[in-house]
Design a protein around this ligand. Structure first.
Ligand SMILES: [Zn+2]
Ligand SMILES: [Zn+2]
Length: 255
């Protein structure tokens, strides 16, 4: 079993100790796992300037044999203005893979934008962030593609027009060798379905998407492995292959 999206106390929104995460991994028989703490270069983000690679790497190294394959990943939201910082940081430091997630739209955090601006602006500014992120070519995985949904507390608010952009977004992702994530945290939130749901995963597959990574986005030890089995089954039903990245190389030996 696999869980490729786990936050530790190195993320501003988690207090979880690595020892407790490791215990949860063993207990739940998760043999391939990844720490993906937040790295942010956008000054208005709460995580800005907090990523301490040396400390993270030391603690990761200390625990790296707690399961068969413990990988060092990173979750970041790309901002074009800080392109060089991203490039330098990702090249200068060892990571098995990187997840790019949309955490801001323009100058606004995704929570604020979804609640206060989405209705006025429509989904296009969010889609634009996706394009810029994918075009950068820096990242292996696209995290929780429809995360804006977390903050839309009414089913009617869901922008159906988002679907129209997906074939093109997926084509560009595939061009850049990016893999789509199934992030199970959505099933803990208001809409009670993964980011993304089955319908979007089908569009991904029908537009040439072959691979997915699967992650719980755990911020607490008891969220580690959350609905991973169900995500696996969903991928299998749709003919999508769960993969992981080791040293930026795609591996398919996931059971
Ligand atoms: Zn995220
Ligand atoms: Zn996350």
């Amino acid at each position: 079993m696999i869980d490729l999206h786990i936050h530790t106390h190195f993320s501003i929104d988690s207090k979880e100790r690595v020892a407790r995460i490791c215990k949860a991994l063993r207990k739940r028989h998760i043999n391939i796992a990844a720490f993906t703490d937040h790295l942010e270069f956008f000054p208005l983000d709460g995580a800005y300037g907090l990523y301490n690679y040396k400390e993270i790497f030391e603690e990761y190294s200390e625990y790296r044999y707690c399961t068969d394959k413990l990988l060092l990943g990173v979750e970041t939201s790309y901002v074009e203005d800080y392109k060089h910082q991203f490039e330098e940081f990702l090249l200068a430091n060892y990571f098995d893979f990187s997840i790019a997630s949309i955490h801001h739209v323009g100058e606004k955090m995704i929570s604020e934008w979804s609640i206060n601006y989405f209705k006025k602006q429509g989904i296009e500014p969010y889609v634009n962030e996706l394009y810029i992120t994918i075009e950068s070519g820096f990242f292996n995985v696209l995290g929780h593609i429809d995360y804006f949904k977390k903050y839309l507390y009414s089913i009617e608010d869901y922008p159906e027009s988002f679907y129209d952009f997906l074939p093109d977004i997926f084509n560009k992702m595939i061009e850049k060798d990016m893999v789509l994530e199934i992030n199970t945290s959505g099933a803990r939130h208001f809409h009670r379905e993964f980011y993304p749901n089955r319908e979007i995963l089908k569009i991904y597959r029908d537009n040439g998407g072959k691979y997915v990574t699967i992650g719980s986005d755990a911020h607490k030890f008891y969220e580690v492995g959350f609905m991973i089995k169900e995500a696996f089954e969903l991928a299998g039903e749709l003919g999508l292959v769960p993969v992981y990245f080791k040293d930026k190389k795609l591996n398919k030996e996931v059971v």
